[in-house]
Design a protein around this ligand. Structure first.
Ligand SMILES: *[C@@H]1O[C@H](CO)[C@@H](O)[C@H](O)[C@H]1NC(C)=O
Ligand SMILES: *[C@@H]1O[C@H](CO)[C@@H](O)[C@H](O)[C@H]1NC(C)=O
Ligand SMILES: *[C@@H]1O[C@H](CO)[C@@H](O)[C@H](O)[C@H]1NC(C)=O
Ligand SMILES: *[C@@H]1O[C@H](CO)[C@@H](O)[C@H](O)[C@H]1NC(C)=O
Ligand SMILES: *[C@@H]1O[C@H](CO)[C@@H](O)[C@H](O)[C@H]1NC(C)=O
Ligand SMILES: *[C@@H]1O[C@H](CO)[C@@H](O)[C@H](O)[C@H]1NC(C)=O
Ligand SMILES: *[C@@H]1O[C@H](CO)[C@@H](O)[C@H](O)[C@H]1NC(C)=O
Ligand SMILES: *[C@@H]1O[C@H](CO)[C@@H](O)[C@H](O)[C@H]1NC(C)=O
Ligand SMILES: *[C@@H]1O[C@H](CO)[C@@H](O)[C@H](O)[C@H]1NC(C)=O
Length: 312
């Protein structure tokens, strides 16, 4: 199965399980209020929250790992230099959004990332860049200023290049999932981000977002039944909504299991509705559920086997 893909190296299996999204542990921002107007200041601060996180992620990893560390871990010698370019892009995104927001700009938090090696860092980079793309795609509808929309579009397309580069040349997986990326709602994105945030300045504006309880998949492969568990939430009578680009596939949960669609999917959430999967119907998630495929479209997952170490 692939809760998250990539990971050639046995030691990464544990790190990977951290990507299955434990309950968000950000206690500093308000995780219960969902109701306030989402204006441009809120959307830009939401984007800036993610850019601060990415900036800290790359800066910290590059401080820790030398080019030799990358090479010794099986990564290409040129990878570190490109990651430095990405780090500098994220810093520029932080500066641009901060300058647009002026006094309203949210500040950087403290973070904790679960990578332990250059290759698990590269695996998490692939996840974060994909989440960044889904965040900008999902938040676009809330932007009212056309010039901010252009700013968001050019950041989004750059994050998509990062995502394609790290997934393809570095991690040797599919550089795209399909013809459309998957837009995600603010609460879903916040759920993904919050698990890496340990504390924030108390002066930061509180954003109208909340984190959902974790949704965890057992071994999963396309077309097969998979066990699921949701943290503190009953799955009885609920549905799993599988996101595949602009489509959502609803599958009823039966006895704690769902049949995973035989499609290119990227994320899954638990919902109380079989027609709508948004911040008002989601009860747990989001799980990152991606089944990598090679250039012939052949799945790189091995059905029924522990999955985290399949890559070719
Ligand atoms: C979070 O929001 C709830 C409901 O709006 C409010 O009662 C609570 O005081 C807020 N907590 C913080 C830390 O802002
Ligand atoms: C937001 O909260 C106010 C006051 O509690 C309420 O009247 C309004 O319906 C809420 N809006 C949404 C979108 O939940
Ligand atoms: C800061 O936010 C307030 C309230 O939304 C707004 O009136 C003000 O224009 C914002 N300032 C900047 C620099 O965006
Ligand atoms: C990165 O370096 C910091 C100290 O600079 C250390 O606390 C942290 O554990 C290191 N992280 C990894 C993944 O090696
Ligand atoms: C980050 O952590 C340091 C060391 O624990 C602490 O001094 C600082 O106040 C924290 N910063 C924020 C923004 O939470
Ligand atoms: C999934 O679909 C492909 C064709 O699109 C087919 O070859 C494969 O057998 C299907 N797998 C399952 C488990 O249904
Ligand atoms: C689901 O869980 C049951 C009970 O733990 C186990 O016997 C079964 O093999 C699991 N199924 C899958 C598809 O992992
Ligand atoms: C969707 O849910 C409704 C009840 O909310 C139910 O009547 C209907 O059969 C469900 N459809 C599917 C395809 O599960
Ligand atoms: C893709 O298919 C071609 C022709 O069938 C084959 O030569 C090639 O090895 C395959 N590539 C991969 C990555 O499986």
């Amino acid at each position: 199965m692939k809760s998250i893909s990539l990971l050639t190296y046995g030691s990464l299996v544990c790190a990977a399980s951290a990507f299955v999204l434990p309950q968000a542990r950000d206690s500093s921002s308000n995780s219960t209020s969902t109701n306030s107007t989402i204006d441009d200041t809120v959307v830009l601060n939401f984007a800036l929250t993610l850019e601060h996180l990415e900036n800290a992620f790359y800066t910290g990893a590059l401080n820790n790992f030398t080019e030799d560390d990358f090479i010794n871990d099986g990564l290409p010698s040129w990878a570190r230099g490109r990651f430095e370019q990405i780090a500098s892009h994220e810093q520029s995104h932080v500066e641009l959004l901060t300058s647009a927001l002026g006094d309203n700009a949210t500040k950087a938090c403290n973070y904790s990332f679960p990578y332990t090696s250059p290759s698990s860092f590269a695996a998490l980079s692939q996840v974060l860049e994909g989440v960044g793309v889904s965040a900008y795609a999902g938040a676009a509808q809330y932007v009212s200023s056309k010039s901010y929309l252009t700013t968001a579009a050019v950041i989004l397309s750059t994050e998509a290049r990062h995502a394609a580069w790290v997934a393809g040349p570095v991690n040797k997986e599919n550089p795209w999932n399909g013809p459309f990326d998957t837009p995600l709602g603010l609460d879903v994105i916040y759920t993904l981000a919050a698990q890496f945030i340990t504390s924030c300045p108390s002066s930061n504006p509180s954003l109208p977002v909340k984190a959902f309880p974790a949704l965890t998949f057992g071994d999963a492969s396309p077309g097969q039944a998979a066990n699921i568990t949701a943290d503190g939430v009953s799955t009885d009578g609920q549905y799993v909504a599988f996101f595949s680009g602009l489509s959502t596939i609803f599958v009823p949960v039966q006895d704690g299991q769902v049949v995973v669609p035989n499609k290119t999917i990227s994320y899954a959430v638990l919902t109380n509705s079989n027609t709508t999967a948004d911040d008002s119907t989601i009860s747990a998630g989001v799980a990152i559920l991606q089944f990598p495929f090679n250039s012939n479209g052949t799945s790189l997952s091995t059905t029924g086997e522990s999955s985290m170490n399949v890559r070719n």
